[in-house]
Design a protein around this ligand. Structure first.
Ligand code: SF4
Length: 628
């Protein structure tokens, strides 16, 4: 057993013994409101005292208790109210504000800490903890042995959220302005001490780190006062790639030079506009030239980067085009276009600005046209969104762009090529290409051939060893889109249903012996899912009725409709409405697992509610399935 277990005095008799030894306490003891106390009070029943003692002893094995940010040793407890209501009975004054971590930011990622906190709160609602004969007002706790809270599977990228700091800009479209009130008051950063503690516990060799913590405010990591120091210390432990997102305000030549000592490092720059006055206007950047000039500097210092642009409907499309060309001129690996998303908490004035003028379809068409005229990949976040806007569902696997000097470019692949086969395997979905090539690369195979269609010709394109020689701006270590969007420098429509999704659905149907199955999906996914479903034996045999429904995003509202943002309550409402409209209940409900992916395996939604509450409330079996 680790840590010292503090013995608790668990009977009135023992408390009296202690009090009688301490004159001061005895004096105070005269003030006790014993009249309100009866030996038959449930709270003092020996069973209950024993129960409280067991709970406390177990809790204190895991945590140390704190008062105003300092550890406190408690030595006894009394039933709540036993010591009367005089202020003298307290050892400490009501706590001054201490900067404790908010539990809300931990409950997604480490549900056990929430359990400890809840138990502690409950226990403290029944008893008062004492130290040297006086009550201590516990207002926080500290995890005792951090080794108990290590998780597996961490990498450098997981660490960056802990470096986020106050943003040094004030964008007119900042998503933080329309965050849900529940997430608004989360502390956006952790203490310097905690960062270094986390760094100490991070082990790249074992791939372990302290439990994750979710903040829903991205903010800016380069403004962190210890940004470079933390990264240097990180580098001493881990030589793998460092990639981070920045608004570019701090990307001076001096900073870029410092970053070269941290190689391999890559940046995703939220530029939005390469026009200084436009950037000043939309991001309130008083020194827009720093971010704009950082592109040639990054190129000069050979730091790979990608550029992100929020396509604001009220800005001229020409500005979007110029920014894409500017990124391409300076060898950005790729440009990713975001569409403005907002919740119902957005300022109405900004909402009307985001909704006015151009339609989204106009922007998508415009970007597609630019995409076909330049070599650098230009993609939307997300592909599903692009296809949804254009009313496309099942599409051939087409290369959307090829990163300069990448293996794909050296092999001779071009934007617009349609991939038909990889090493003799027929390709039906973008994910297949990625999986097949990743597998070859993992196995050390450097000779692969792709069968492609270019215009009306069918060609074979071969990758060989020479293709994989690293050359700026392409480094396989830095292409954040690689794992999800493409491989070896070719960006393809990666999204689409996971090939295995229907097998998993089939397994679930068999598991429950279901005849009626309800699949909850999103507006982006529905048509793709239904179209592919028609090819599945489970559907065309008509053994099982598989139906789909789309929940409403009540929590967020606005124009947010991605599956990741659905809440337990949204799913419940959708199922209940569906059952009412159909007049029968499905045997099983299948829900996208992405809505519960925030919680590091705890399967909770963004509000911290576990998915099984859907099952409890609807009384219908619920299964989570990864669709992408
Ligand atoms: S850079 Fe990002 S966090 Fe900062 S104001 Fe702009 S949108 Fe918000």
């Amino acid at each position: 057993m680790k840590g010292k277990v503090i013995p608790f005095i668990n009977s009135l008799h023992e408390i009296e013994l202690i009090q009688s030894k301490d004159k001061a306490v005895k004096k105070r003891g005269l003030k006790l409101d014993l009249h309100g106390f009866s030996p038959s009070t449930n709270s003092l029943h020996p069973f209950f005292v024993r129960f409280m003692r067991v709970l406390l002893v177990n809790l204190l094995e895991v945590v140390d208790l704190e008062v105003s940010g300092s550890m406190v040793k408690v030595d006894s407890f009394v039933p709540k109210g036993f010591m009367g209501d005089s202020e003298d009975r307290f050892k400490n004054k009501a706590s001054s504000r201490v900067d404790y971590q908010k539990l809300q930011s931990i409950r997604w990622s480490e549900a056990r800490i929430e359990l400890v906190a809840r138990l502690l709160r409950k226990v403290l609602s029944f008893i008062d903890l004492m130290s040297e004969g006086r009550i201590v007002r516990i207002d926080g706790f500290r995890l005792k042995d951090l080794n108990h809270w290590m998780v597996y599977g961490s990498n450098m990228g997981d660490f960056f959220p802990f470096l986020r700091w106050h943003c040094n800009l004030s964008c007119i479209f900042c998503y933080q302005d329309s965050t849900h009130p529940m997430l608004r008051n989360l502390k956006p950063h952790i203490s310097e001490r905690e960062i270094y503690t986390r760094l100490r516990y991070y082990s790249p060799r074992r791939r372990t780190a302290l439990f994750d913590q979710r903040f829903f405010e991205m903010n800016e990591i380069m403004t962190h006062p210890h940004f470079l120091d933390v990264l240097r210390k990180f580098r001493e432990k881990d030589s793998s790639r460092l990639m981070f997102l920045t608004n570019g305000k701090a990307l001076t030549e001096e900073m870029i030079r410092e970053l070269t000592f941290l190689r391999p490092v890559g940046i995703r720059l939220s530029l939005n506009s390469a026009n200084e006055s436009m950037r000043r206007k939309i991001m309130s950047d008083k020194n827009p030239e720093i971010a704009v000039n950082s592109l040639p500097l990054l190129k000069a210092y050979q730091i790979p980067f990608a550029v992100s642009i929020l396509a604001l409907p009220f800005l001229p499309l020409k500005d979007l085009e110029n920014t894409i060309h500017y990124a391409s001129e300076h060898d950005a690996q790729y440009v990713v276009i975001h569409m403005p998303g907002y919740s119902r908490y957005i300022n109405p004035k900004i909402q009307s600005d985001l909704d006015r003028d151009k339609s989204i379809i106009e922007i998508v068409k415009y970007v597609r046209r630019i995409r076909n005229t330049i070599k650098m990949p230009v993609t939307f976040l997300s592909d599903f969104y692009e296809r949804h806007v254009m009313g496309e569902s099942k599409l051939p696997v087409v290369i959307k762009g090829v990163v300069k000097n990448s293996a794909a470019e050296k092999a001779g692949l071009k934007t617009g090529d349609r991939i038909l086969e990889v090493d003799g395997t027929r390709i039906l979905a973008g994910r297949q290409v990625i999986s097949a090539l990743h597998l070859c690369l993992r196995l050390g195979i450097r000779n692969m051939s792709l069968r492609i269609q270019r215009d009306n010709d069918i060609l074979t394109v071969d990758f060989n060893r020479d293709c994989f020689v690293e050359q700026y701006p392409y480094y396989p270590f830095f292409c954040p889109m690689e794992s999800r969007y493409g491989v070896e420098g070719m960006i393809i429509d990666r999204e689409g249903l996971d090939i295995d999704v229907f097998k998993r659905i089939n397994d679930i149907i068999n598991k429950y012996g279901a005849r009626k199955c309800l699949v909850l999906t999103t507006i982006l996914m529905k048509s793709v899912f239904e179209e592919l479903l028609l090819d599945q034996p489970v559907f065309y045999d008509r053994r099982v009725e598989v139906e789909t429904a789309i929940p409403r995003s009540n929590f967020w509202g606005g124009n947010i409709f991605t599956g990741d943002h659905f809440m337990v309550t949204d799913f419940i409402e959708c199922i209940e409405e569906w059952v009412e409209s159909k007049g029968y209940r499905p045997d099983v409900v299948i829900i996208p697992a992405s809505a519960f992916s925030w919680a590091c395996g705890w399967k909770r939604d963004i509000g911290g509610k576990p998915y099984f509450e859907i099952e409890i409330r609807t009384k219908i079996p619920v299964e989570l399935v990864r669709f992408q």
